[in-house]
Design a protein around this ligand. Structure first.
Ligand code: AMP
Length: 281
């Protein structure tokens, strides 16, 4: 496995591998089993696999969150090697944002402006879209792998990849969960034992919605009430608990086709997100 720090080195490392397919997994490091599922999907499908580690400052709306974001590069490189990565791209901030940097890739409309976009501010998805565009142009992979856990991020990425005509296939991998149902996240390490137990109300709320929908409850207002009850029982008030079209993020009043149920909530000071899709074809 080769570790490179510059875009020039990345291109040089990938040049001899372009006779086969290249799979790319962008990450912010602090890798866990959820990331590993993406690495395995790439390893299984592509001839060469590259992972990036870059904690992108422009997508953080809170300086404290950026400062507290876990950084575990040595362990991340060991996991990348164990999962068979060929190349790891781990640039510093100046490599990604050289002096005078003045370009933003910005998706407009509900996909980027509601839910995470509303809570974290316009800059969040601008930061994501800009850095992912740069990473895709640096690696020029055949496929890039993202997690369904960040459903709105996936929708934003699909939108700008289509709009800009970037020649890459976006592959979405299912949310990886701990045995008790909590969605794996780098932020989970910040939860106390008591907070972690309370956080389980988030996947349980989503399960309650899924069960009620399966029983025939179609109005999202009624489904929402089931989820709120689970969250409130654990003393959790959501930042949002939304039922939307998974592609456009338009609100869904009734479950007629696939509906994304997305939750963001703080447990203690830690902000967690999770989602499921119900009503799928
Ligand atoms: P991050 O390092 O948090 O930016 O995540 C890097 C990639 O891993 C993103 O595409 C995430 O959606 C994905 N990811 C993070 N956690 C999970 C999870 N629990 N299950 C599936 N994918 C995940």
């Amino acid at each position: 496995m080769i570790v490179v720090r510059t875009i020039a080195e990345l291109r040089a490392a990938l040049a001899p591998r372009r006779n086969g397919t290249i799979g790319f997994v962008p990450t912010m490091g602090a890798l866990h089993e959820g990331h590993a599922t993406l690495l395995r999907a790439a390893r299984a499908a592509d001839d060469a696999v590259v992972m990036s580690i870059f904690v992108n400052p422009t997508q953080f709306n809170e300086q404290a969150d950026l400062a507290a974001y876990p950084r575990t590069e040595a362990a991340d490189l060991a996991l990348a090697e164990a999962e068979g990565m060929d190349v790891v791209f781990a640039p510093d901030i100046a490599e990604m944002y050289p002096a005078g940097f003045a370009t933003t890739v910005s998706v407009t409309g509900p996909i980027a402006e509601t839910l995470e976009g509303a809570e974290r501010g316009r800059g969040h998805f601008d930061g994501v879209a800009t850095v992912v565009t740069k990473l895709l142009l640096a690696a020029l992979p055949d496929r890039a792998y993202f997690g369904a856990k960040d459903a709105q991020q996936v929708a934003v990425i699909r939108r700008f990849v289509a709009d800009l005509g970037l020649p890459v296939e976006i592959v979405v991998c299912p949310t990886s969960r701990d045995a008790d149902g909590l969605a794996r996240s780098s932020r989970n390490t910040r939860l106390s034992a008591e907070e972690r137990t309370r956080a389980l109300a988030i996947p349980r709320a989503l399960e309650a919605v899924k069960d009620a929908a399966a029983e025939g409850v179609a109005h999202t207002g009624a489904l929402r009430a089931r989820a709120v009850a689970k969250l409130e029982a654990a003393g959790i008030r959501s930042e949002y608990l939304a039922f939307v079209d998974p592609e456009t993020f338009a609100p869904a009043a009734v479950v007629e086709g696939p509906v994304l149920v997305a939750i963001a909530a703080r447990v203690g000071t830690t902000r967690l997100i999770d989602n499921i899709v119900i009503g799928g074809a």
